[in-house]
Structures are given as C-alpha cells and as structure tokens.
Design a protein around this ligand. Structure first.
Ligand code: HEC
Length: 100
C-alpha cells in the first residue's frame, strides 16, 4: 500500500508537470544563469535582452534560446533550455509585467 501510494504521488506529480506545460514551470533560474554565463557570453552579454526586444513571448524566446544553444554546439536538455529561458524572462524580458 505504501509503495502504491508513493507511486501514485510520483505519477500525479509527473502528469502535473506535463499538464502545466508552461515553458517556465519549475525552472531553476540560478542554474539558467550559470549556464548562460558559461556558454552564451562569448558574443554578447545580457545587455541585448530586455523588454525592447522584438521577442514578445516566452515561446518565441525559448525557441531562440534553443536555436542558439544548438548553433553553439551545446546539447542542452529540455530542462536546461527552460532554465536559461526562465532566467532571461525573470531578469530581462519581464513579459508578464510588460503585458499588465
Ligand atoms: C556566435 C555568437 C553567439 C553566441 C555564441 C550566442 N549568441 Fe545569442 N545572439 C548573437 C547575435 C549576433 C544576436 C543578435 C542577432 C539578431 O539581432 O538577430 C543574438 C541574439 C540572441 C537572442 C535574441 C535577443 C533579442 O531579444 O533580440 C537571444 C535570446 C540569444 N541570442 C540567446 C543566446 C543564448 C541563450 C546563447 C547561448 C546558448 C547565445 N545566444 C549564444 C550571437 C551569439
């Protein structure tokens, strides 16, 4: 019974994460910052990121991040891509605040 419960909780959590489906859900922005600083600052700094960008949604930003990671020969997991995207949103793009 105990194991069964643990299993259902784990399953429920996994499904919950998928169901939320947001680009940014549960991302670790500190890890995102670390990755960005390590792998993405050879051509530009974070100065190029911000609300004035033509990128206006988390989905578009995520695509951009994913593309740059691929172009840079990095093999970022979905999670790592989300972490970096979330870091850029929270600290620079601020989509939510701009919309309000
Ligand atoms: C080879 C050089 C280079 C590397 C490495 C690089 N970038 Fe860029 N990045 C650029 C240039 C140049 C632009 C501006 C291009 C443009 O205006 O379309 C840019 C633009 C961007 C933008 C769009 C900025 C905006 O809001 O308009 C994002 C997001 C971005 N880079 C993310 C990353 C990430 C994440 C990494 C690390 C995986 C990375 N870049 C690595 C050269 C690079």
């Amino acid at each position: 019974m105990y194991y069964l419960n643990r299993l259902s909780i784990a399953t429920a959590l996994a499904i919950g994460n998928l169901a939320v489906g947001s680009v940014t859900y549960g991302a670790d922005i500190n890890y995102g910052r670390t990755l960005y600083n390590k792998d993405c600052t050879s051509c530009h700094t974070t100065d190029i990121h911000g609300p004035k960008s033509s990128i206006k949604s988390p989905e578009k930003l995520r695509k951009e991040v994913s593309q740059w990671a691929k172009d840079s020969g990095l093999k970022w997991s979905e999670e790592e891509t989300n972490d970096v995207t979330e870091f850029l949103i929270k600290e620079f793009y601020l989509f939510d605040k701009a919309e309000k």
